[in-house]
Design a protein around this ligand. Structure first.
Ligand SMILES: *Cc1c(COP(=O)(O)O)cnc(C)c1O
Length: 408
């Protein structure tokens, strides 16, 4: 009911109540603060707000009470169930963003400057890849891309490129569902004095908490499992160094102008309340889907972290509560088999994106990566017959039936 500290013993209690403050008019759900600006009692108060002497809202691009609730709920979930060396729960600071890409670009703009380098791996969200490879170099920041699943390679890169400032991880990553070891890479990064960030969108804080392993920053596309219903684009940029977040990061947040919208924040807040229940269903459905695909004669291979045959099975098991609900699989018949399969789906939805109640399937070779030359996409594991699947929350028998008939 209120913003008083209650010792929540379970994740859902926190997901439902965390970050909430009693509304002055006693509304049950926090209202959508659909206002661009905030007023002052007198000129002196305006002065105190602008100078930072008094806490309070000024302008929605700079912050909004609806954003605050979403930010504090996500912080609560990212820090649930563990403490720092002193036994305190981690104090983090977050900014809600217009999209996952706004969160990624804010992270890069805040931490890097001309002459710096960023170290990352091959399998990354397409927008992030584009940002690292094509946009950052125009600002004098180069990306060093290597197979960070191999710690020796990671260390070699840190030795070869002393200008690396930030290590950027995404795990599990798109579309191969590859994982990197957050704890080991953070430890290595810290040995070399680097900042470490992790995109936690595929896992969500229910399945994986990168701050527990020592990372400095976490970014999310809240568009996916956090919102959970596909109703709004959004992102969040969270940092461990609160002074840095309130200083340089806040300045850049205001200057880039990528803040969320109160309505989208409201949708996100309410979507997140069911995160645990949704993830449990997504995950148990995913196990059964993977079992079907893994033995199906039309399927050549399955990328799912829960299968002992996945190369990153052990890493996923170590750092995730459950392997999650994202997978991809290779059809035996190549491009045409992929197209035929997609066309035969009846219950599952043909679309990109992920993390909604509905099961979503995409065929990268004919959709997102259609314009990428075959040799180039195959280097990233995007073969002709590859299908990516975000397993939804429908009744499992219906999902399995639909897949089975589409695979015939
Ligand atoms: C979707 C996604 C993004 C980008 O998020 P948007 O909300 O679409 O801007 C970044 N990282 C990952 C892992 C994603 O899945």
């Amino acid at each position: 009911m209120s913003d008083q500290q209650f010792p929540y013993s379970g994740f859902s209690s926190l997901a439902i109540h965390g970050g909430h403050r009693q509304d002055p008019n006693y509304a049950h759900l926090s209202p959508i603060y659909a206002t661009s600006t905030f007023v002052y009692d007198d000129a002196e108060q305006g002065m105190r707000r602008f100078s930072g002497q008094e806490e309070g809202y000024i302008y929605t691009r700079w912050g909004n009470p609806t954003f605050r609730e979403a930010e504090e709920k996500i912080i609560a979930m990212e820090t649930f169930g563990f403490t720092d060396e002193q036994g305190n729960s981690l104090a983090l600071k977050a900014y809600l963003q217009a999209s996952g890409m706004a969160a990624v670009s804010s992270l890069m703009m805040t931490t890097l400057q001309a002459g710096d380098k960023v170290l990352s791996h091959y399998s990354l969200y397409g927008g992030t890849q584009e940002y690292l490879n094509n946009l950052l170099p125009t600002f004098g920041v180069d990306a060093v891309i290597a197979d960070l699943r191999d710690l020796n390679v990671a260390e070699d890169m840190l030795k070869q490129h002393p200008d690396i400032k930030l290590i950027y991880l995404e795990t599990p990553a798109n579309p191969t569902i590859q994982c990197v070891d957050i704890e080991a890479l953070t430890k290595l990064g810290k040995q070399y004095g680097k900042l470490v960030a992790c995109d936690n969108s595929f896992a969500t804080p229910y399945l994986q908490q990168p701050f527990k392993h020592g990372v400095d920053f976490v970014v999310h596309s809240t568009t996916k499992f956090l919102n959970g219903h596909g109703t709004a684009i959004g992102g969040i940029f969270i940092g461990r160094d609160v002074d840095f977040m309130k200083g340089r990061t806040y300045k850049i947040y205001k200057a880039l102008g990528g803040s969320s919208s109160p309505f989208d924040a409201f949708l996100l807040i309410n979507g997140m309340k069911t995160l645990e229940v949704r993830m449990e269903r997504h995950c148990s459905n995913a196990e059964k889907v993977a079992a079907l695909l893994n033995t199906h004669q039309a399927v050549a291979s399955v990328n799912y972290n829960g299968l002992t045959t996945h190369p990153d099975y052990a890493v996923a098991k170590k750092q995730m509560r459950h392997p999650g609900a994202m997978m991809s699989f290779e059809l035996k018949g190549g491009l045409q088999a992929g197209i035929n399969f997609m066309n035969r789906l009846q219950l599952c939805t043909r679309t990109v994106s992920l993390g909604t109640c509905d099961t979503l399937l995409s065929h990268p070779a004919s959709m997102t990566h259609y314009s990428v030359p075959k040799e180039q996409r195959e280097r990233y594991g995007i073969t002709d017959g590859l299908i990516r699947m975000s397993v939804g929350m429908e009744n499992i028998a219906d999902i399995l039936n639909d897949l089975d008939q589409a695979l015939k």
